[in-house]
Each structure stands twice: as C-alpha cells, then as structure tokens.
Design a protein around this ligand. Structure first.
Ligand code: AMP
Ligand code: MG
Length: 379
C-alpha cells in the first residue's frame, strides 16, 4: 500500500532553519542613547537663504554664506538681511526660516523671497530627531547598516566588520580535473564558491576530498579558522556517504540530517566546535538550493543581522505535477511575477539549474496554472 506521506521522519524546512538559527552564536548591539540633542542646533534642511520670516517678501542684503560645518556665530541676521545657507549648516542667530534657492530672486548681493516665509520653514529644529539621553536602540538589537551609522553618529565602537570565512569542499572519488567517461569534474565546488562570495562571505575552495573517512576527518579537524564549511556529497544513504558518521566520531553536534524537501532531502548541518558544517547533498540542484536556503541565514546570524526572508510571491503560468508529497522546489523562468515552469528533470540537472531564474515552492503537491506560489530567486 502506498504511504500517504513519503517520509514522516523528515524535518520540515522551517524547523531546520530554526535549529540552525538558534544554534549559532550572534553578536548584537549595545544600548545606544543620544549623547546630545539631534540636531544639536537648529539646522538648514535646504540650500537657500536664512532670514527672518517676519520681514515677508522684502529684499534682503546678503551678509555671506554658511556651509555645513560653518560656525553660525560668524553672522547675525537682522531685519533686512539674510545669509546664504547650504543644507546641514547651523542657522545663524537672528534667522528663523529658510527660503529655498528655487523660491528666491537674487541679484548681486540682494535676495528676495518669492513666497511668504513662515518661522521654522525648512529648518530642522534642535532636538527634533532626539533629545540628549533618549534611548535610540535597545540593547541586543540585530546589526544593520543604518544602526552602524547610528553608532558612528554617537561616537561608539562599531561592530567588527570582518567577512565570515567560508570553506568549500566537495567530496567524491569521481571528481577529477580531467574526467574519463565514468568520472566528472567538480562543478559544485566552483558553484558554491561563487554563491558564498555573492552573499558577501570570504570564501575559499579546497581540493575535492576522496570518499575516505580518514581524509574527511582530517579535513574537518584542520579547518584552518574558517567559520562555515560547505561540503557537498557524502550525506545520503550510499556506501560511500561517510560525512554523518565521521562527524559523529569527531563529537560534532548534529543540528539536523534529512529534511522534508525535494530536491535536497539528505541535507545535514552540524557544529564541530566553532565550525558550522553545512553538509549539502552532492547533486548539483540539491547542493545549490540547500546552500541558497541555509547559507544566507547562517551568515546573517554569525554577523548579527536579522534573519533574511528569501521568499517572494508569483503565479505559475502552467501546472506543475509532482510525485510524492515532499514540498518541491521547481525550476522556473520568471518574468515579473509570472513563473514559467521549466521541464523538471531532477536534482542532477545542472543544465536546467543554469537556465532557471527562480524556484517555485510547490506544496501541496501538484499546482495548477495560475496558482499563487512563493519562490526563491536564483543568485
Ligand atoms: P552524493 O551525494 O555524494 O551521493 O552525490 C550525488 C550525485 O552528485 C552523484 O551523482 C555525484 O557524482 C554528484 N556529485 C557529487 N559531488 C559533486 C560535485 N562536486 N560536482 C558535481 N557533481 C557532484
Ligand atoms: Mg559522493
């Protein structure tokens, strides 16, 4: 009798991602408070003239120019005068409004507003963004570029910006540089190297490892300071699939092995001391998809960033049929939000992988033309 569920013991993808996220150490930001009012003085938010609004459209004699960073005490704006001012410069004493360049008529050293200025126009008032002592970031916040800028603004130590070092090692006796017909070249290694670099990691490609437990163990023990090792191959059920047992012998903590996904079921993740081993399946489409699913969150976590969400939503232009009930990632050509399914020829099909723009998530099995589905973009 056919089973209704093709592998009830397989871990759902979300659960595998959650385990990975929680197992990895992560830096976070300290509490950040404003050291001074922001802005610290009233400041021009446009290029124009700083003047007294009360004098309306009357012509003003231009006293000089204030640039961002210029000392505003150099000028005193009185009735009938103005100071040319650039965005970011502090307001000179006496002025209460900015009239933008576009709304000024200037001749020689006289300038005249073409509109009726109001007090506060185009002025970022002292303290509007924050008051000295205000809480700007709670302790333990994840790191992003805007928060790094905030730390820089407050003169605080910036988080370490070193790229995460990723090693790439393929496994398999069949991998040789100059293959006889019964052998192949290592295509996963260069693929994973390129992907890791695209994702901002400092990645290095190691020579393919033979299907030999001792060689595997040695490579894992001498990881040379890398934080993440992407292996491919050797994690399924074949006689030469040694990675799970070697990791076990080395005392690694297994995070998961075998997930509910097609292709990519044999996927493994383990921690060997500080080293995260992402044991990708050997078939190119499986290796690629699992790297695309697990490497970005691993990098984000180790760098202290928030969890990335790789999913977007589109519509299938044709039905996708499917055997079994594992969620399927199906290769597609994408035009805007329309996903045109490519012929599904399985997890060894590097040719189709190289043609695909996106992989549609097919669950429940078999989706009709027009179905709304989420998809991953090929990087
Ligand atoms: P494995 O997961 O080691 O059983 O490998 C599954 C399939 O992927 C086999 O057909 C392997 O020959 C192939 N394969 C494994 N590693 C690579 C690689 N680095 N490049 C291309 N194909 C590979
Ligand atoms: Mg193999």
């Amino acid at each position: 009798m056919a089973m209704s569920c093709d592998h009830p013991d397989l871990l759902p993808l979300d659960e595998a991602l959650r385990r990975l996220w929680e197992a990895l150490p992560t830096p976070s930001l300290p509490e950040v408070r404003a050291r001074r009012d922001d802005p610290a003085l009233d400041r021009a938010s446009m290029d124009g003239a700083a003047l007294r609004a009360a004098d309306g459209r009357a012509p003003r004699r231009v006293l000089g120019t204030l640039f961002a960073g210029g000392d505003p005490a150099a000028f005193l704006v009185t009735p009938g005068t103005a100071v040319r001012i650039m965005t970011g410069a502090a307001m000179p004493p006496g002025a209460d409004a900015i009239v933008p360049v576009e709304q000024l008529q200037t001749e020689g050293s006289t300038t005249r507003p073409l509109i009726d200025p109001k007090p506060g126009d185009h002025v970022n008032a002292r303290g509007v963004l924050a008051r000295a002592g205000d809480l700007l970031l709670a302790e333990g916040t994840s790191i992003n570029a805007a928060r790094v800028a905030l730390l820089a603004q407050e003169g605080l130590a910036l988080p370490p910006s070193a790229r995460i070092r990723v090693g790439v090692a393929s496994t398999g006796d069949e991998l040789v540089p100059d293959p006889a017909p019964h052998q192949i070249r290592d295509s996963n290694g260069p693929m994973l190297l390129a992907l890791a670099r695209t994702l901002g990691a400092e990645a290095e490609l190691q020579a393919p490892l033979p299907d030999d437990p001792l060689a595997l163990a040695q490579a894992l023990r001498n990881s040379g300071g890398i934080r993440i090792l992407l292996t491919s191959g050797g994690v399924s059920m074949g006689d030469h699939d040694h990675l799970p047992s070697v990791l076990k012998e080395l005392g690694a903590t297994l995070l998961f092995h075998r997930i509910r996904l097609k292709p990519g079921k044999p996927m493994l993740a383990a921690l060997l001391g500080d080293l995260l081993v992402l044991g990708l399946p050997g078939n190119p489409v499986s290796a690629y998809l699992n790297a695309l699913l697990f490497l970005p969150p691993a990098l984000a976590r180790l760098e202290g960033r928030a969890a990335p969400d790789p999913w977007q939503t589109g519509r299938l232009t044709a039905a996708v049929k499917q055997k079994g009930d594992r969620p399927l990632l199906h290769p597609c050509r994408r035009v805007e939000d329309r996903l045109e399914p490519l012929p599904g020829r399985g997890s060894a099909d590097l040719v189709t992988l190289a043609r695909a723009d996106a992989f549609a998530w097919i669950e429940p099995p078999g989706q009709e033309a027009g179905a709304k589905v989420r998809y991953l973009t090929v990087l």
